[in-house]
Ligand binder design. Structure first.
Ligand SMILES: [Zn+2]
Length: 351
């Protein structure tokens, strides 16, 4: 989630402190985070980035997998849906590595032991020691504004985990957590010819959506969880408390899609979590949309508005657990990415 932290503390170099202000309604806290998400959308349209992505994506293999899905007993509504399914199933097991925890890189260091003191055959897990800025040329070029420094509790060996923003660097490092996964996955979706959204959640998670022309709506995709079309995965599956979800696309701008991810029975809770008004939120979203949609022709604009309208009707019709797009496979509650301690600390273990 490197992007949300950019731009914080700007303007703190004023000469004298401002006079005390009377109490007022809380400022909308996510403005900069949303602007940062919107600004990154252009990079996914770069032809050189999409071409580079296609040097990594095994397109023939994905087409074969999609064909198999379509000729199976449970085909998806269209080949594009099957292609999205094939991509999300391929990405994590075959391309990306989830970072947390890092293992000690010192070959002389001892192995981890289990509860009974028996060696497990694995290297000792490192612990995050401090946050650093970019140091090497590689880290700077990769746009790693923050670098996590992890250290081995046994031998003290340190490893750096640069939180790259650059797609090129991510295609090389192939490491990260949800921020890196969703960032790279957006360009992979674009490269295989699907319309893509980058989806941001105020409670520290990001994922994607692609547009299904067969279903006539945006469809959830989580590349960390190998999940497609499980809109209630977080709220119901992980037990995650969520207040706001915003989807970004290069043509449509920012849309509040909270309703498609937060089911009806959790909506009151979501509203209580929001410390700002609908007007404050909508003002920021409108501004982002105006910037994107301002360049569009009348017919393109009408197409997008029809799409917004259909999405709105879809959540109203399907805002029930178990409805299309909201099913969570049995026995799959709780987050799959990350360690048990980590998911529990985040309230995402499905308990
Ligand atoms: Zn060690």
């Amino acid at each position: 989630m490197a992007l949300v932290h950019l731009g914080a503390n700007l303007g703190s170099k004023c000469s004298s402190p401002p006079p005390p202000q009377p109490a007022r309604a809380q400022k909308f806290p996510f403005e900069q985070a949303l602007i940062n998400c919107d600004e990154q959308m252009d990079q996914y349209e770069r032809e050189d980035m999409q071409e580079l992505a296609l040097t990594h994506v095994p397109i023939d293999q994905l087409y074969n997998t999609a064909s198999e899905i379509q000729s199976s007993l449970t085909p998806l509504p269209s080949f594009d849906d099957a292609l999205a399914e094939a991509l999300v199933k391929w990405f994590k097991p075959n391309f990306m590595e989830w970072v947390d925890p890092m293992l000690c890189t010192n070959s002389l260091c001892k192995e981890e032991v289990d509860d009974k003191g028996q060696p497990t055959g694995k290297k000792v897990k490192m612990k995050m020691r401090r946050m650093d800025g970019p140091r090497s040329a590689e880290e700077k070029q990769g746009g790693a504004g923050r670098v996590e420094v992890h250290a081995c509790p046994n031998c003290g060996t340190e490893s750096r985990f640069p939180r790259y923003n650059s797609l090129e660097s991510l295609m090389k490092s192939r490491k990260g957590r949800c921020g890196e996964f969703a960032n790279l996955f957006t360009v992979f979706l674009r490269a295989i010819g699907l319309r893509a959204r980058y989806v941001w959640n105020a409670e520290d998670h990001v994922w994607n959506e692609y547009y299904s022309t067969a279903l006539n709506r945006w469809v959830h995709l989580d590349s960390c969880e190998n999940a497609r079309d499980q809109h209630h995965l977080y709220s119901k599956g992980w037990g995650k408390k969520m207040s706001l979800v915003v989807a970004f696309s290069v043509d449509g701008g920012a849309m509040d899609v909270s309703r498609t991810y937060i089911p009806e029975d959790k909506w009151d809770e979501a509203m209580r979590m929001r410390q700002y008004s609908d007007t404050q939120l909508e003002e920021v979203l409108q501004r982002i949309r105006a910037r994107r949609r301002g360049y569009l022709s009348k017919s393109e604009l009408e197409r997008l508005e029809a799409e917004d309208y259909r999405d709105h009707n879809w959540w109203k019709a399907s805002n029930k657990s178990g409805a299309e797009g909201n099913q969570i496979p049995e026995g799959e509650s709780g987050r799959k990415s990350g360690t048990t301690e980590w998911t529990e600390a985040r309230g995402e273990a499905g308990k």
